[in-house]
Structure formats: C-alpha cells, structure tokens
Ligand binder design. Sequence first.
Ligand SMILES: N[C@@H](CCC(=O)N[C@@H](CS)C(=O)NCC(=O)O)C(=O)O
Length: 277
Amino acid sequence: MALVLYHHNLSVCSEKVRMALNEKGIGNWQSREVDILGGEQFSPEYMKLNPKAVVPTLVHDGHAVTESTLISEYVDEAFDGPALQPESAFERAEMRLYSKACDEGLHQGVGVMSFAASFMDRMRDAVEQDVDKHLERIVDLDRRDRMKSVLQLGEDSSYVYRGTVAYEKIFQKIDKVLSDGREWLSGDRFTLAEINLAPYLARLEYLDLIDVWTFSRPRVTAWFERLKARPSFQTEVVSWIRDDELQAMKQGGLRIKSKITDHRSTYLETDFGANIF
Ligand SMILES: N[C@@H](CCC(=O)N[C@@H](CS)C(=O)NCC(=O)O)C(=O)O
C-alpha cells in the first residue's frame, strides 16, 4: 500500500487528517510537507492533485482524496482499525453537524483570527513582503476576500466577528450536549466529531484565546483535557509545532484578545449574526 499525505505542520485541516490516521493505527504514511505560507500549493504539480490549492491531500495507491473532512471519513472507511464514526445513521448525521460547523464556521474563523494575530507577519517574511500578490493567487474567492479584509482592518474585520460568533455557537452546543455527563460528543465512542474539532480548539489555545469561551464552561474544559490526552493529539498536533511558532501565536493572540472579547460581548448582547451558522 502507498499512502502519501501532502500537508503542513500548522494547518488545522492537516492536523485533523493526521489525527484520524493515528487513531486508525496507520503509521506508515509518507509525509510531503507543502510550504503554504511561501506559496508551494500553487505549483502546477500540486494543483493537479488539489485544484483548490490547499492542503491536505491524501494519495492512496495513486488516488488523490481532498477535503479534510472527507479524507478523515475515507480513512475511517478504507482501513481496518477502531471505528471513528457512530453506528447508527442518525448518530452519524449528528456527528456530521460538527464537521459542518468546522468546515463552514470555525474554519473561516480560525483562518482570520490566526492571520490577524500572527500568520500575516509570517507570510510577509515567507513571500518577502508581497502579501497582496500572494493573496491574488488564492483560488477560493471568499477566502481571498477574508484575507484581504484582515490585511486592511486586522481584528476589526467583520470576518473576525463572524468567526467569534461561530466559535460561541459551537461552544454553546458542546456544553449543552455534554450536560448529560457523556464522555464524548457521540456518547461512549471517540469519533470524528472530536477529531475534527480538536485542531480548531487547539489553535485557540495556542493563540491564548480559548479561555474567552471556556472560563465559564468547566464541562467543556474537562472534555477538551480528555481529548488532549489522546496520544493522537500529542503526536499529530503538539509534536509538529515548533517552540518559536508557539511563542509567535501566543504573542499575536494576546494582542487581539480584547477585540475578540468585545466581539463576543457584542454577539451576546445583540444576537447579531445568530443564524449565520
Ligand atoms: N475545505 C478544505 C480547506 C483546506 C484549507 O483551507 N487548507 C489551508 C490550511 S488549513 C490551506 O491550504 N491554505 C493555503 C492557502 O489558503 O493558500 C479542507 O478541509 O481540506
């Protein structure tokens, strides 16, 4: 079997797929790191595998699978190992609501928050200051608009507000679901719901922003601690991040923290945007 993962050490979507592979007990994948801050994802060779020019891409016996949520489901279905999805169709549908929240809300949220806090500076270094030119190459026009907005307005961008709303809504949901004392979101089984959410919560922690949401939610904190104790989290998220990257994320996150807190308060006071996710 040939299994190649095109990924990036810090990319949330790559972390998700690495965790799924690990939970499945698959260790023999070949790593191909793609320098997404420097623009390697736009190379014609890579875009043949992934026309949207994003990571990750999993190539299994010559077949390219894209979209991290779909790759994780593929990994669960194509290989032996512990099941990562619940048994019943209804529970699977419920589990997919978390994937959908990640793909539609948290993903744009984490992208703009990380960019505003720290990645904009890293990108400037990687592309020798020409960030505008780099953004023009982004295939997903919505993503391009989000990045441009943050480049101009920083954490005041309405996209950062939307991301804050998306996080608030998912934290409210997780807290409610865990209120019956269950160990994991789907019940007894650790599933792709946890795997998909883990990188998005971990990034908040690295940006030192997570307590904006968890300070009054001990159940969620305890659940996240259980999640972080999984070997898959340690091996596939924590170990890939360098100390200087951790430091930069923390510093940048602290710089935007009061704005994120304000965005959250505005949402709680006004409900503005409540139905977008
Ligand atoms: N929906 C895609 C999103 C992938 C995505 O946005 N990947 C980011 C890293 S997490 C990326 O490659 N960014 C590079 C760029 O925007 O140029 C998935 O889940 O695989």
